[in-house]
Ligand binder design. Structure first.
Ligand SMILES: Cc1cc2nc3c(=O)[nH]c(=O)nc-3n(C[C@H](O)[C@H](O)[C@H](O)COP(=O)(O)OP(=O)(O)OC[C@H]3O[C@@H](n4cnc5c(N)ncnc54)[C@H](O)[C@@H]3O)c2cc1C
Ligand code: FES
Length: 287
């Protein structure tokens, strides 16, 4: 994967978070919110650069920090966005934040998607729930450079219509004629006229061709497990499939050994991996 240096943040002090301020909060669903923020040092906001798929640690001083994918695209220079699902202690505290509140950020960390190596290829993006966060960054980055790629197909699933994030973006994506954007929910819901069924089933019903294609998936482990099986059944090879992995992180810079998968560290070698790099490591749908 391509490593992007931490431009803008003091690389000499990678464990010291940079003060930042929330400028906007977007309610994405019942338990997901997107937080747009700027660094308090305007020079850092200006110099900040990253690749889609890279992550950051966002925290509240005195509370703690958690790992999140950057969900805004690199071309968005006015702010960076994290989309946060409320699951426990830190994320519940983050959900209480409003515009004007202080946070502390260490970013960008890890490696992004090797988008430059995908030029000329057909792109398939498969997201589930909050797993769409890094894929939003990727999708918007590809749209910024649309002519460099072949066809662009996106499957995005969630349990219910309310759990599908990025409503405003989805309307735009669905209305473009240079993307095929397919949203699906697990079961029928009153007022929902889109697709119904689990993501791998919807993919199997409208099978993408593996020739000259790259597939990227991120979502709950069970969705990834069955999506990988569906893609491989269609003929996608391990080298054609990329995913982003979650591991609990502490240092974020390869020092504490908390996020390893075999000899690799999710915080520096990932979170983006090709299936080729991960083969034989999945047990019960988890790596
Ligand atoms: C590379 C990476 C990217 C991530 N990107 C996002 C993102 O974009 N948006 C987002 O909302 N979350 C993301 N996560 C997950 C997020 O980091 C955790 O949900 C968060 O740390 C939970 O913190 P907490 O203190 O609120 O929960 P805790 O109180 O620590 O735990 C509450 C529950 O969440 C589970 N949990 C905690 N950490 C993780 C984890 N890393 N993965 C899965 N389950 C976990 C615990 O097992 C427990 O059941 C990402 C994690 C990683 C490692
Ligand atoms: S989080 Fe410490 S080694 Fe990855």
């Amino acid at each position: 994967m391509s490593t992007v240096p931490r431009k803008g943040i003091k690389a000499a002090e990678p464990l010291v978070p940079e003060p930042a301020t929330i400028i906007d909060v977007i309610k994405e669903g019942p338990n997901i919110r997107s937080f747009r923020l700027i660094f308090d040092d305007p020079g850092i906001t200006t110099a900040f650069s990253f690749a889609p798929g890279q992550i950051g640690l966002m925290g509240i001083p005195g509370v703690g920090e958690s790992t999140f994918a950057i969900s805004s695209p690199p071309s968005q220079r006015d702010y960076i966005q994290f989309s946060v699902m409320k699951t426990g202690f830190v994320t519940s505290a983050i959900h209480e934040l409003a515009a004007g509140d202080a946070v502390a950020v260490r970013a960008p960390l890890g490696c992004g998607f090797p988008v430059d190596s995908w030029k000329g290829k057909n792109i398939l993006i498969v997201g589930g729930g909050i797993g769409m966060a890094p894929l939003r960054s990727l999708l918007m980055h590809i749209l910024d450079r649309r002519k460099e790629f072949g066809s662009l197909r996106v499957f995005y699933g969630a349990r219910t219509p309310a759990d599908l994030c990025f409503a405003g973006d989805r309307v735009q994506w669905e209305n473009r004629d240079d993307i095929e954007f397919i949203a699906t929910v697990d079961e029928k819901h009153p007022g929902w006229s889109g697709h119904t069924g689990l993501v791998p089933q919807v993919i199997a019903a409208q099978p993408p061709a593996p020739e000259n294609a790259v597939a990227v998936t991120c979502g709950p482990p069970v969705m990834i497990k069955y999506t990988l099986a569906a893609l491989q059944q269609l003929g996608f090879t391990e080298a054609q499939i990329y995913t982003t992995l979650e591991r609990k992180m502490k240092c974020g810079i390869g020092l504490c050994g908390r996020c390893n998968i075999g000899a690799k560290y999710v915080c520096i070698d990932g979170p983006v991996f090709s299936l080729d790099e991960l083969k034989n490591r999945m047990v019960d749908g988890r790596w």
